[in-house]
Design a protein around this ligand. Structure first.
Ligand SMILES: [Fe+2]
Length: 195
């Protein structure tokens, strides 16, 4: 597994290119057929907002028939290696996007958001459209946490087999895209033991 650790603003972000991704991705794509996908998000005030994507339930790692055993063990071992403490809770969900999902310009996943109060979060890319314009579309964008530099952002284009691990409080969003094809990613969160 190739790995790279980079400072993004003041934050350490970890990049892993998984070896032999077919077993991960075949499991995931096959399992996705078993889930109902949702397209809206319930806000705390009760209003519904469009996600800008289709998403599975967020408990994929908790199911007794855990369809992603390999991804779960990889995720936990990476976080435990960074923190040298055990993971005590984790969750994952799949995010599927095509160009029609992207028509919600104010969608939840487009606007900057974070995954607090989880400790570590990640995105793993299962599928990236062949025609995606990587220079301009479909990237994850991280925003500088320092308010006076808020406008600064760094975009990282998706790549099949790439796992990007970041602190859950880091602000990020996803760019839309306009080409044919489907972008499939898995979002992951983890909580580590306090000691
Ligand atoms: Fe997110």
């Amino acid at each position: 597994m190739l790995e790279k650790h980079e400072d993004l603003f003041s934050e350490k972000v970890h990049f892993y290119k998984l070896d032999n991704i077919a077993p991960y991705n075949d499991d995931i794509v096959a399992a996705l057929k078993n889930y109902n996908l949702v397209t809206t998000y319930s806000r705390e005030d009760g209003r519904q907002q469009r996600l800008g994507a289709r998403q599975t339930p967020q408990n994929l790692l908790d199911r007794t028939d855990n369809p992603f055993p390999l991804l779960k063990s990889t995720w936990h071992s990476i976080v435990e290696r960074i923190e040298r403490r055990p993971v005590i809770a984790s969750k994952a969900w799949a995010v599927l996007m095509n160009k029609s999902d992207c028509q919600a310009r104010d969608s939840v996943i487009r606007i900057p958001h974070e995954h607090h109060p989880w400790h570590w979060s990640a995105v793993y890319y299962v599928k990236v459209p062949d025609a995606l314009d990587l220079e301009n579309e479909g990237a994850i964008v991280f925003h500088n946490p320092l308010p006076y530099q808020y406008a600064n952002s760094i975009r990282i284009p998706p790549e099949e087999g790439l796992l990007i691990v970041f602190h859950s409080y880091m602000l990020h969003g996803i760019e839309h895209f306009s080409c044919d094809g489907e972008r499939i990613s898995i979002s992951l969160n983890a909580v580590i033991s306090p000691s």
